[in-house]
Design a protein around this ligand. Structure first.
Ligand code: GTP
Ligand code: MG
Length: 652
């Protein structure tokens, strides 16, 4: 039972109780008649758009949708490579990292970062020798997709016969009457039409569904988020050190160098903050990836930057998270800045990150109340923080039962991997330590039975082979050595040569795994961050005309038609503008009859956006990870939303 990030309606107790009881059984889902979101059976309204289930019950049997995908037409004659002159189009970028220093960091992996020379060959250039320039997406990749509805488009229902329809057994027993009318999908490649009949239904092969290889722990992708300087990197570095992931030699080196630079307190953070600029400024700028093992999980730590200038990097990296640790600084004044911004006049990153992470679909949260040493391990201060932040988290629709509060001190190593030892702490605290809280997290269900989708977070170089590898998390499906994959947006088919998880190679990767994939049969320069590896028979659309359902956050300036925004989706950022405000949505998700002229804070609406350059995107109902969008402007997130329709230019 999960809650809508948009709804203001309190969850009935019965829902919470029932979710507790059923946590170990396969949940029965009902599909929202408006946005097709799969909701838990106990929800009375849709988690995503707020539509009441009653309306579904009344109209569900009558409404069916015929979705006719007439074709996806891609012109790769003007590929990403041909538009790579970032000086001509500085705003038209699609990349993993957006703020200059763009290298992604791999603590304890066998991969090197791709250096500037190699990046030049993937369509990017480097001005500093250290920085990876954004990769440019092709603007001339039109999408042709027709969606015919027999009801108005607000009563969208998923086509069960669709190639992307969930094959999950969870959907069985649904009361929907669904029909399928997918005719054909055609890909225009280099001005040649390659017609590909779309298979009726995707059938996963046996090896894809098999249980985890014996002895291999399940992978948990854990984002570390929170306000600047709250201690995220110090906590991550300290955990790695305590669990034997940092050698004595490296730790000693970090301590010595940090002290020499007058930044002794950052020694643990330097395990994550590896670039010269990050170390000099004492802040994290890009998401650092590190691996550690608990009793239950192989954890992929995604240590995110807290500074507000680097929120786009957080969006790109932490969007892969299955769960998150929200680190807050308990010290007097610092917790308050995290909530209310500097001077108490804006939104601090504790709030913004919590909101974002919930919009990524993350439901389970550990709140690490750090720097308890700085407040003398005061129980009262912890209680104060719990009340204030707790009520905000509730308003973001985190369930109380899915939030675990862990007071700790990263610097004094209190309550990280074992119970605290400081008498001021032990006198009142008998709860779990952080490591136990991580082991108590539940893995979200994995869509292994759907066709492969792997959004490329980064392109890295394998130390062992020297080849470029696509790095990212499999959102759906599975691959193994020898699998054929379609690489987007270049539309070339390649073969999986090697899969690497952390520093070791593995034969199979399934949904949820974060891996590096080395491909053969394709020039490495064709693989770009923000691209996709997918099943050749089930290509992901590449589009720049989209309809979204959005929730407007706190904004100072109303959103008008023509409003310029930064559009963020999986690992891509793209310049865009709002081209139409279709309707306002009330609390039940019902669209207004007339379109408003502008949107203000806390309103829900349907809008259309035009992106400067096409991106790999999917409707939320078909792939959540590719259908979650964020609109940002002037350094703030102004709206969160989902993609409800991919449109042709003439539908716009
Ligand atoms: P950004 O990534 O830039 O947002 O910062 P961060 O959240 O990663 O913080 P970082 O780990 O870089 O630590 C910032 C400062 O807080 C450093 O000086 C740390 O030594 C200090 N710090 C971290 N944890 C603790 C703690 O438990 N107690 C105290 N007193 N200081 C801490
Ligand atoms: Mg940091």
């Amino acid at each position: 039972c999960s809650l809508s990030p948009w709804s203001h309606i309190m969850l009935p107790l019965s829902c919470i109780e029932s979710s507790k009881k059923s946590s170990n059984t396969v949940p029965v889902l009902w599909k929202c008649s408006m946005c097709t979101f799969d909701n838990h059976e106990t929800m009375v309204y849709c988690e995503m758009c707020g539509v009441f289930r009653e309306s579904f019950v009344k109209s569900g049997k009558d409404v069916s949708i015929k979705e006719s995908v007439n074709g996806i037409s891609n012109n790769s004659g003007t590929s990403a490579l041909s538009n790579s002159d970032s000086t001509k189009m500085p705003a038209k970028t699609s990349t993993t990292n957006f703020d200059g220093d763009s290298e992604r960091k791999y603590a304890s992996t066998s991969h090197d970062k791709v250096n500037s020379t190699q990046l030049a060959s993937v369509g990017s250039s480097s001005s500093t020798g250290k920085k990876k320039q954004p990769v440019i997406f092709d603007n001339n990749v039109p999408i042709e997709r027709t969606t015919q509805l027999n009801a108005d488009h607000f009563q969208l229902k998923e086509d069960q016969g669709s190639s992307r329809a969930s094959s999950s057994a969870q959907n069985k027993g649904s009361m929907e009457t669904l029909s399928s009318d997918i005719s054909q999908l055609s890909i225009e490649r280099n001005n040649v039409n390659v017609a590909q009949p779309l298979p009726e239904e995707y059938k996963p092969e046996g090896w894809m569904l098999a249980d985890q290889e014996s002895g291999v722990l399940s992978q948990l992708n854990l984002a570390i988020v929170g306000h600047v300087d709250s201690g995220k990197s110090t906590l991550s570095g300290r955990l790695l050190h305590l669990l034997g992931k940092i050698s004595k030699r490296d730790m000693h080196k970090n301590e010595k160098e940090a002290k020499e630079k007058g930044k002794g307190s950052f020694a643990y953070a330097w395990a994550m903050d590896e670039s010269t600029e990050e170390r000099a400024r004492g802040i994290t700028m890009t998401v650092a990836v590190a691996y550690l093992e608990t009793k239950k999980y192989r954890v992929v730590l995604l240590d995110s930057p807290g500074h507000k200038d680097f929120v786009p990097n957080l969006i790109s990296g932490a969007t892969q998270a299955d769960a998150a640790i929200l680190v807050v600084d308990a010290s007097t004044g610092s917790f308050e800045s995290g909530m209310d911004g500097e001077g108490g006049k804006s939104v601090g990153q504790t709030k913004e990150h919590a909101q974002l992470i919930r919009s990524f679909g993350v439901e389970q949260l550990i709140v690490a109340v750090n720097k308890m040493d700085a407040i003398g391990y005061s129980k009262d201060r912890l209680e104060f923080i719990k009340v204030r932040l707790g009520s905000f988290l509730r308003s973001c629709n985190f369930r109380d039962s899915a939030v675990t509060w862990i007071p700790l001190s990263a610097v004094e190593n209190q309550n990280l991997i074992k119970s605290p030892s400081d008498a001021r702490f032990t006198s009142w605290y008998q709860g779990s330590c952080l490591l136990d809280a991580i082991d108590s997290l539940q893995l979200p269900s994995r869509d292994v039975s759907k066709p492969l989708i792997l959004p490329i977070c980064d392109v890295i170089k394998s130390q062992s082979t020297g080849q470029l590898a696509a790095f990212g998390k499999l959102e759906t499906g599975a691959i193994r050595n020898g699998s054929k994959v379609l690489v987007l947006p270049c539309e070339e088919v390649a073969t999986v040569k090697t899969i690497e998880r952390d520093s070791s190679s593995c034969s199979i990767a399934r949904a949820g795994d974060n891996v590096a994939v080395i491909l053969q049969g394709i020039d490495g320069s064709r693989i770009i961050p923000g691209g996709i590896l997918c099943h050749p028979g089930f290509p992901v659309p590449v589009a720049n005309y989209l309809e979204l359902k959005i929730r407007v956050l706190d904004i100072a300036i109303p959103i008008l038609i023509g409003y310029q925004v930064e559009f963020h989706i999986h690992h891509v950022k793209e310049a865009a503008r709002v081209t139409k405000i279709v309707a306002l949505l009330d609390k039940t998700g019902k669209p207004s009859k007339t379109a408003p002229r502008f949107l203000k804070s806390k309103q829900n609406a349907v809008v259309q956006v035009t992106l400067d350059q096409a991106v790999c995107v999917e409707e939320f109902s078909k792939c959540r990870a590719l259908g979650r969008a964020f609109l940002r402007s002037s350094g703030s997130t102004i709206a969160v939303g989902i993609v409800t329709k991919i449109m042709r230019q003439d539908q716009h």
